[in-house]
Design a protein around this ligand. Structure first.
Ligand SMILES: [Zn+2]
Ligand SMILES: [Zn+2]
Ligand SMILES: [Zn+2]
Length: 764
């Protein structure tokens, strides 16, 4: 006696080889029935003996294809229909197929083997791929995800490729980018003017150029990279000069794990992170000495390293035998990454000597992702290629909302149902090209995700371009969300929390509800509301934005704040090296309240301490002073903490740094090392934050703590604080799937907007 069941599978189950997988699973068990793509995923009807059908249902999620992601399986009984075979059906006619789109994925082991097999018809073909690997998100123009809707539409398949594509038992069944030497995209090498260089082997020629110390622009999955040999100091400096990038670290691509181990400390967690199918850049401790040029990541203990992810990368390494190539986004400073061949030649002329291009169009740019491992777990620093557009899975359904993020490291978020889709890294919106990319990303994601937002969430900062864009939208509800509230909501969302939490939101800049610049905030918050439970005492930021680029201004401001203008008589190196005229001007600005906004920013406090102890008076990239302050700690040397005080004004604690600055000045006079001062400062933050958390717990009885904001990229602070909180009986929640910095802001905005719009009343 047979049975028949209907199985509805939801998640990322289309375009990832799911139907052929179901087909094989059914055939192996002598089951009959059908499988088809539907609007919500895949529907299977399966018929056979009870035992075989049940075994099929149990097995289904276990061995699913590597790129699939099942979120739900529903099974119900059907009457038997007496099918004689198992068939893959075309998508149901008339039904709108709404499903999740797979991200771009690194070449799989099967394709890699074929790539270097001289007997294979795709031997050294730089665009080899199959259902388990290759481009997806960056070649999709529209949905459903079928070849005519991708940039592969212009490459009709040859008979051999078509036969693979049509065969349910083939690894390339319905692999939309399927191609070969005969029918698919081809590589060319161009000179700096965009003229094609006549050569039989463009990749070998490019490798020779790299070997000779040239800069080569290489077209990848989500955009162009600029590549140089990372072991050649002159080549790295040449790239720095041309890219006008003074000190900001470059990422390196290494051919394999053993090369990574040769230049970096690679523990088990890092090994796993490097080999993720997303192939993110992984921040790893440098090995010193190593063959990597010091110019790659000057004054930094870490190196960002990643493994090759396209077949083209693999062929390039096989040709050149490089131990590491600098692979940095092809752009000038903070512009978006170049994706189009001609655009690349135009924008990068003067930067690259060669262009290794191909004719498979990139439809949507997508920068490399960046992660780091802390205590064995992987944390996102920049969630982009390989992870987008996989949604962040939410605990509860949300109404369709668009959140437009902040100003720096912008991402947007489209949320609907249990899915929050964060965009790829868009960049700094003050840049015109990035702003265009921002608009393009919203339009593209709304289309391919089929989300029509009913509300648009934005940051309260009136000057942000994302805010201005949001305020110009018509016929949607607009929801302004305070920056640090969004940070905490983002941390809550990825940890599936609801109710109220104690949120530590520490970063550089966020517009406060009182018009001042916040950034050292302890909030009591749920998704709808927050109250400010504690913050650093306000100090002026002389020169506004300029103070961000010139940390000496913050040091002077803090000293003037705590010691009065007489601080200029302190006998410490910082004061002795100050430019008197500039300092006088700065003090007058503060006294007359000219361009000196007040700030409670934790990032600016790091800047002040870094400048005061002589680490850095000017920065060349965002957060450089804070990063170098953390790097200056020599682990385990000093557990002393500087004193800080908190005073209560109504229900808010104000953190006072006066005694800490006095102690630092005293240590400087006594010649205490930079490493010790830095560590005592970090310890002071840990101590005062844990005191504040206890004070808030006494008042509110809350014991869940969320840590968010760019400051928590600081591994010393994050790990020590987490440990201290846990010792005191708090439950600590941090970011891992979503960046803790402003790249994760849009997720929090989306959740706050949903809760405000849906008008649930929560008791705060
Ligand atoms: Zn493959
Ligand atoms: Zn072909
Ligand atoms: Zn922030």
């Amino acid at each position: 006696m047979g049975v028949r069941r209907q199985i509805d599978v939801a998640g990322i189950v289309q375009g990832v080889g799911f139907r052929p997988y179901v087909y094989r699973l059914a055939i192996e068990r002598n089951l009959t029935g059908t499988v088809t793509n539907t609007s919500s995923g895949v529907t299977i009807e399966i018929e056979g003996s009870l035992e075989a059908v049940e075994e099929f249902v149990t097995r289904l999620p276990v061995a699913a294809p590597p790129l699939s992601h099942i979120t739900q399986v529903q099974v119900r009984d059907l009457p038997c229909s007496g099918d004689r075979e198992f068939r893959i059906l075309a998508s149901r006619r008339g039904e709108r197929v709404h499903t999740l789109i797979s991200p771009d994925v690194a070449i799989c082991p099967d394709c890699l083997r074929e790539l270097f097999d001289p007997t294979d018809r795709r031997f050294r073909y730089p665009f080899i791929n199959c259902t388990n690997c290759g481009p997806r998100f960056t070649i999709v123009r529209d949905i459903p995800y079928d070849r005519p809707h991708t940039s592969m539409a212009v490459f009709p398949m040859c008979a051999a490729c078509q036969a693979e594509y049509d065969d349910p038992l083939n690894r390339r069944f319905h692999a939309q980018p399927n191609a070969c030497w005969k029918c698919g995209p081809q590589v060319e090498l161009w000179d700096r003017k965009g003229n094609r260089i006549a050569t039989k082997d463009p990749i070998a020629e490019a490798a020779a150029g790299l070997d000779a110390g040239l800069v080569v622009a290489v077209k990848g999955l989500g955009g162009f990279h600029l590549a140089v040999d990372a072991t050649n100091p002159a080549a790295v400096m040449l790239l720095r000069e041309r890219k006008r990038r003074v000190e900001k670290p470059f990422a390196i691509m290494v051919p394999d794990l053993s090369a990574a181990t040769e230049v970096c400390e690679v523990d088990e967690a890092a090994r796993k992170a490097l080999q993720l199918v997303q192939r993110p850049i992984v921040l790893l401790p440098k090995k010193c000495p190593s063959r990597i040029s010091d110019h790659v990541a000057p004054r930094n203990r870490d190196l960002g390293a990643f493994l090759p992810y396209t077949p083209l990368h693999h062929v390039l390494f096989a040709e050149g035998g490089f131990i590491a190539l600098v692979m940095t986004s092809a752009n000038l400073s903070e512009e978006p990454i170049a994706i189009d061949n001609r655009e690349a030649v135009e924008r990068l002329s003067g930067l690259a000597d060669y262009f290794l291009v191909h004719d498979r169009q990139i439809l949507l740019r997508c920068d490399d992702s960046v992660v780091r491992t802390i205590d064995g777990s992987t944390r996102q620093m920049r969630r982009s290629r390989g992870f987008v557009p996989v949604p962040v899975f939410l605990k509860e359904d949300v109404s369709p909302v668009l959140a437009v993020g902040g100003e720096l490291k912008n991402t947007i978020c489209l949320a609907k149902g249990k899915h929050a889709f964060l965009s790829q890294h868009i960049g700094d919106l003050e840049n015109l090209e990035s702003y265009h990319f921002f608009e393009e990303a919203i339009e593209h994601l709304e289309r391919i995700l089929e989300i029509e937002p009913r509300a648009v969430a934005y940051d309260l900062h009136p000057g942000y371009f994302s805010t201005k864009w949001a305020l110009a939208q018509k016929n949607v509800q607009l929801v302004g969300v305070q920056h640090h509230h969004a940070h905490i909501a983002s941390c809550m969302a990825e940890n599936h929390l609801d109710g109220r939490v104690i949120g530590f939101a520490m970063d550089g800049t966020g517009y406060g509800t009182d018009g001042h610049i916040w950034g050292g905030e302890v909030l009591v918050a749920d998704y709808r509301h927050f109250e400010r439970a504690a913050h650093f005492g306000y100090v002026p930021m002389p020169g506004g934005e300029t103070a961000i680029h010139e940390p000496w201004r913050m040091a002077a401001s803090y000293l003037a704040h705590h010691f009065g203008d007489d601080f200029v008589n302190l006998a410490i190196p910082f004061v002795e090296t100050l430019d008197r005229a500039k300092t006088d001007l700065l003090l007058r600005m503060v006294a007359k309240n000219v361009n000196s906004p007040l700030t409670s920013s934790c990032g600016r406090l790091f800047d002040a301490v870094a400048a005061l102890i002589g680490l850095r008076s000017h920065v060349n990239y965002e957060a450089q002073a804070a990063i170098e302050l953390e790097m200056s700690i020599e682990q385990g040397t000093d557990d002393h903490a500087y004193p800080m005080d908190e005073t209560r004004i109504e229900d808010t604690w104000i953190i006072d740094t006066k005694r800490m600055f006095e102690a630092i000045v005293q240590d400087l006079r006594r010649g205490v090392s930079t490493a010790a001062i830095s560590q005592r400062f970090h310890n002071a933050l840990v101590a005062v934050f844990s005191r504040i958390a206890e004070l808030v717990r006494e008042r509110t009885a809350l014991d869940r703590v969320c840590l968010s904001g760019g400051t928590f990229h600081n591994v010393y602070l994050l790990t020590h604080l987490q440990k201290r909180f846990e010792e005191r009986g708090f439950h600590v929640f941090t970011h891992s799937e979503v960046p803790g910095g402003d790249g994760g802001l849009s997720l929090g905005q989306a959740l706050v907007a949903h809760h405000r719009v849906s008008g649930e009343s929560l008791n705060l």
